[in-house]
Ligand binder design. Structure first.
Ligand code: T4K
Length: 371
């Protein structure tokens, strides 16, 4: 492995001795999964940190999506975005639900509320938007449409750890929100995730569903799955939570430097902070307009790659172009012109708490020609 490579991200890891201490406790207790002490502590700590009332931990960020749909008995068609990680749409497919792709708003890369109503049919039961890169969707307009047509809203908030709008957690919008705590996320438990719900009754149901549907030693109330977070990952989460604010602050400093250096580069677009939003700087996407920049996105991407700077083209190709989905009427590029263009323009630059000034100079030199 080339030690000089700069990767798109680097996982937040706690002090190994501190982790050892918690591992010792786990070893001594001989309780390593199924609603253990650290699992309960992490659920509580995350509720406090995120400003939500009911959160259920999961083993990854995909199973809460699948479980949310199960918990609300969603069927038929669900309106969603093609501009996301495949897990968003796969969760629908695994529930036998037909995804209906709607185009995105270039100002936040989330579902475009102006285009949702035209996609609603008598079979539509829900909307599943994504707070892409942690940019908040237009939750008010999406909710107004959902209320008008009696639809549920499930936010895939995998990127939105700690994001707030006017001091309020973004996770309190819609009927449910899901999170990913994968190694590549701002906050991680190696693999992990969560489902945020609105009331104690629903949390109870979700907790049954993630434990095979067991509501007691001998009673199974639903066809559940196994998606319980174990004690080792929960302990990792508790330690990472203590340092996540510092990591977000470091990411913010990276974002500032990128923005300063790229502001006047013709043909490169990026996001600025939105008023009233506490961002988490989970990703730093740039969008390359080949005509004005003088190089295509892929030319820049591979030039960076050759030099050991491994950005990622999140989210290219669009989910709607994958073989499972491309036959759907809503998957046609004509239906998704903005998402299609943006997927061909995007590079997520390296963004993490360990990025050094030298790393950033190297990255920027490749894009701007100066450090
Ligand atoms: N919804 C949305 C909107 C999502 O973005 C995701 C996941 C999900 C749902 C599903 O959540 P999970 O079930 O995954 O919890 C990565 C992640 O695996 C995935 O979690 C994430 N989104 C997606 C956007 O990115 P890959 O295939 O790009 O990962 P990989 O292995 O290429 O890693 C990316 C870079 O991260 C590597 O270049 C190096 C670095 N890295 C990675 C790992 C795993 C490390 O430095 N250390 C590590 O341990 O999908």
């Amino acid at each position: 492995m080339n030690e000089d490579r700069i990767l798109v991200t680097s996982p937040l890891l706690p002090d190994l001795d501190e982790f050892h201490e918690l591992l010792k406790e786990i070893w001594e207790s001989k309780w390593i999964t199924n609603n253990g002490k650290f699992h309960l502590q992490l659920e509580k700590a995350l509720c406090d940190y995120l400003g939500v009332e009911y959160l259920s931990l999961f083993t990854n960020g995909t199973l809460p999506l699948i479980t949310a749909l199960q918990a609300m008995h969603i069927t038929g068609e669900v309106i969603t975005t093609p501009y996301s990680f495949v897990a968003t749409t796969h969760a629908l497919w695994w529930n036998g639900i037909k995804p209906v792709f709607v185009d995105i708003d270039p100002s936040n890369c989330g579902l475009d509320p102006d285009k949702i109503e035209a996609a609603i049919t008598p079979r539509t039961t829900a909307i599943m938007p994504v707070h892409c890169y942690g940019n908040p969707c237009d939750t008010e307009r999406i909710q107004a449409i959902a209320d008008k047509y009696g639809l549920k809203v499930i936010y895939d908030a995998a990127h939105a750890f700690g994001v707030e709008v006017n001091g309020e957690s973004i996770l309190n919008h819609g009927d449910m929100s899901t999170m990913s705590f994968h190694a590549t996320k701002v906050f991680n438990t190696a693999e992990g995730g969560a489902l945020i719900v609105k009331d104690a009754e629903t949390k109870k149901r979700v907790d049954y569903l993630k434990n095979f549907g067991f509501a007691g030693e001998t009673e199974v109330v639903a066809p559940g799955i196994n998606s319980k977070m174990d004690e080792i990952r929960s302990a990792l989460g508790l330690l990472n939570l203590k340092q996540v604010d510092e990591a977000i602050e470091k990411r913010y400093q990276v974002a500032i430097r990128y923005r300063e250096a790229l502001r006047d580069v013709i043909g490169i677009r990026f996001f600025d902070d939105l008023p009233g939003v506490r961002h988490n700087y989970s990703y730093f996407p740039i969008f390359v307009d080949a005509e004005h920049y003088g190089m295509t996105r892929d030319e820049l991407y591979f030039k960076m790659k050759e030099q050991g700077v491994l950005g990622r083209r999140y989210f290219y190709p669009l989910i709607s172009t994958f073989s499972t989905y491309r036959g759907l009427p809503s998957a046609s590029p004509e239906n998704l012109p903005i998402a299609t263009r943006i997927a061909n323009e995007v590079i997520c630059l390296p963004m993490h708490h360990k990025l050094s000034d030298e790393d950033m100079s190297r990255i920027l030199e490749l894009i701007v020609g100066e450090a």
